[in-house]
Design a protein around this ligand. Sequence first.
Ligand code: NAD
Ligand code: G6P
Ligand code: MN
Length: 448
Amino acid sequence: MKKFSITIAGGGSTFTPGIILMLLDNLDKFPIHEIKLYDNDPERQATVAGACEILLKEQAPDIRFVETTDPEEAFSNIDFVMAHIREGKYAMREQDEKIPLKYGVVGQETCGPGGIAYGMRSIGGVLELVDYMEKYSPDAWFLNYSNPAAIVAEATRLLRPNSNILNICDMPIGIEELMASSIGLSSRKEMDVKYYGLNHFGWWTDIRDKEGNDLLPQIREHVSKHGYVTVEKSKQHSEASWNSTFAKAKDVQALDPETVPNTYLKYYFYPDYEVAHSNPEFTRANEVMEGREKFVFEECQKIIDNQTSKGTELHIDEHASYIVDLARAIAYNTKERMLLIVENNGAISNFDPTAMVEVPCLVGSQGPEPLVMGEIPRFQKGLMEQQVAVEKLVVEAWVEKSYQKLWQALTLSKIVPSAQVAKDILDELIEANKGYWPELSKEGAGTL
Ligand code: NAD
Ligand code: G6P
Ligand code: MN
């Protein structure tokens, strides 16, 4: 049985130890020859890598382990890149969230002005990784979950159309686990779903058990009363702020009671509520820095100091096993049905064929085959057309270095109330993102 070689790009990510433990837990399904961690911040990566090396020695000493900041070493002789980078790290996420809030606008990692700002930073970083992979391991596959996935996916569609890239998000997976638990199933894998939308912007329209029985009415009823709050807590999204997001899904669902929604739609439907319930001095970035980041780095340091993982509180990121499912689908041609972010190309028949949409796909060794979701209603179509235009304008602005297009993108975002507010936020974001964004020009017609 072939053993696979993997590079985790963004080796210093808070998610790396949980993913390594998950990979170790799945070696029978997905055997591994080598794991390499690659990051452009050697110090941050060193702590995570130091701990991961010990975990591997303890649990699977045959797996080769490499920690590097050298692209050639990182990307040579590999089968998969698992990419989860955060350009500008949490310090810049904090700016993405706090700058819009100063103007009374939602501050969020992937939605509205914050997501646009993050997109302008991420595109270059992700393209660089894709190019390293193509140079040093041209047959490898790039599994991307770096955010903002919608904008990153559009950028790779436009700028690297022939590359082996799969874009995936874990939010539907997390929500499906909560749905399953709300109706007494033990796993989301007992359900087959129909879903359509953009990343962090979609709806489930059909949910069945393996015998074909319709589960949606029960799930709809639960969501209309409790959102996605169930007796079983989400392991992945366990803090109070996530719990209120899951509860708010009740109000989001009220807009179209026939379906059940992605939680992220709350930022578009209830921005006033979100701003009123935000603390402009302490946003989700602060919560994560004081919570997940601190925890992961302290635990990793303890493992290094003790030279053993005995007693560690680091745990398997079990939900992340979707990454193994995806890699296996490519490696073994499993044709597993998974939600991916892919070029529409008719899957939503009354929607832009070039839009990057999130729909179920059968995934095999040739990549994803999107399933047809058919025509979508006017409400969703209108919302999605506006949002996909924002995402495309951001990518065009990045390519053309166009201030004008980025201002248009911010103005078009449903979350932003006016062109003036868009401009005020944009001008402050430009200052904050110096060195991360291309330098924007106010002149010249676009080239796209
Ligand atoms: P993090 O800041 O802890 O880790 C990101 C790492 O990327 C850092 O160590 C940083 O130094 C590194 N990095 C930044 N730019 C780089 C570059 N150009 N080349 C190499 N390394 C680079 O962030 P995190 O909270 O662990 O999240 C990591 C990423 O995963 C984020 O983009 C986050 O939004 C994303 N994420 C996505 C999903 C999803 O559903 N798609 C789920 C979870 C996390
Ligand atoms: C969800 C989303 C991701 C996001 C993650 C972590 O799973 O799908 O795109 O990055 O939440 O968010 P957090 O606020 O905990 O960093
Ligand atoms: Mn996501």
